[in-house]
Design a protein around this ligand. Structure first.
Ligand SMILES: [Zn+2]
Length: 364
């Protein structure tokens, strides 16, 4: 896949989302998928598995085909999801490719190894979490990319990180999935730190740097292009030097070219996208309410500040090339509270930040 390497490549600009990289999971609080859902969960699913491959090929079981057609009757623009599937494929014999068989076997072996290692190294941990519930201190809004292994990156045990992954680590208050995950994390689980963590080499960000030549037509194009539209907006309006230079240069090129892994503009856009989403979370209604509740009011006897709610939003970036996590130094916390110390190396601030945070005295 184009976005998984540092190579530049000429792409068909009608489908630039194809550059988006790897992981094919979408993490929601309660796993669910709805084909009419325009949230990150649905979009990740469409992106992960082309429509034409989602259907059974069983010819001797027309009822099964019929059932699947009912499950996926239509999609965006009212087009049938069956429309692009050749009839010959529907009538063919049932089969499973060697690749599919071997990858499932890999997961099975991995699960057995995981159970054995947990039993040996952390006996009782899973049972304790299962019986007593989770109380993770961190929520991570990261990318669905398969190279971003959040538990592994931080050597974290189960029960430590509540995750919300989607293409290009976006948060949008109007997106029901994003908002439900954040609300559950801060209200019910009472996480203390919400981290937006982007990553260099992000395929979703790369796709937003490729100009569109017209409105997307295929369902997956429509979904993914709609999802990354806010990143495209940052690319098109940012005043950050590296991004401006890239924009001007690529206006004159006849063909769209995906950015290289080390392209300064690509890295800058990954960072600006993180900053933008930190601000969106800090300005969301649920976080603003918590910020307001965290301010001590005069009372007798005085309230212990440690009993008041607190929530901090951070912006970090992960380097898929060496595993390093850096801090973009855009953390936001309740009014009047010092920000917690972060030992992660700080990336120096660059000009042209997107918008202004309203969390401290502004729009809450
Ligand atoms: Zn990504």
């Amino acid at each position: 896949m184009l976005g998984q390497s540092s190579k530049s490549a000429t792409v068909n600009v009608v489908r630039p989302y194809a550059a988006a990289a790897g992981r094919t999971s979408s993490k929601t609080y309660a796993p669910a998928f709805n084909s009419t859902d325009t949230t990150g969960a649905a979009i990740t699913a469409q992106y992960a598995y082309p429509t034409s491959k989602r259907l059974s090929t069983r010819s001797s079981a027309p009822q099964k085909l019929h059932i699947q057609a009912e499950l996926c009757p239509t999609t965006l623009n009212g087009r049938s999801m069956l429309a692009s599937t050749p009839k010959s494929a529907m009538r063919g014999p049932t089969y499973m490719t060697k690749r599919a068989r071997s990858t499932i076997a890999e997961l099975f072996r991995g699960n057995e190894e995981y159970m054995a290692s947990m039993s040996k190294d952390n006996p009782g941990l899973l049972a304790t979490l299962a019986n007593e519930g989770q109380r993770p201190p961190f929520m991570l809004v990261d990318c669905s990319d398969s190279r971003v292994n959040e538990q592994g990156i931080f050597s974290a045990q189960p029960g430590t990180i509540f995750t919300a992954g989607n293409i290009a680590n976006r948060f949008d208050e109007d997106d029901l999935n994003s908002n439900a995950v954040l609300s559950f994390a801060v209200e019910t689980l009472k996480v203390k730190h919400v981290v937006v963590m982007g990553h260099y080499g992000c395929g979703g960000v790369a796709a937003a740097m490729v100009p569109l030549t017209g409105p997307p037509k295929r369902p997956a194009d429509v979904a993914v292009q709609g999802w990354i539209e806010p990143i495209r907006h940052i690319y098109e309006t940012s005043t950050r030097e590296e991004i401006v230079a890239h924009r001007e240069k690529h206006k004159t090129l006849p063909l769209a070219i995906l950015p290289r892994l080390h392209d300064p503009a690509f890295r800058a856009l990954v960072e600006e996208n993180v900053k933008s989403n930190v601000q969106k979370i800090a300005n969301s209604a649920v976080v603003c309410e918590l910020f307001a509740a965290s301010v001590p009011v005069p009372s007798s006897p005085p309230i212990d500040p440690d009993t008041l709610p607190e929530i901090y939003i951070h912006g970090w970036v992960y380097d898929v090339e060496n595993g390093k996590v850096s801090d973009l130094n855009v953390s936001v916390g309740p009014p009047g509270r010092d920000l917690p110390f972060s030992p992660f190396p700080v990336i120096p601030p660059a000009g042209g930040a997107v918008g202004e945070c309203k969390a401290h005295g502004g729009g809450c």
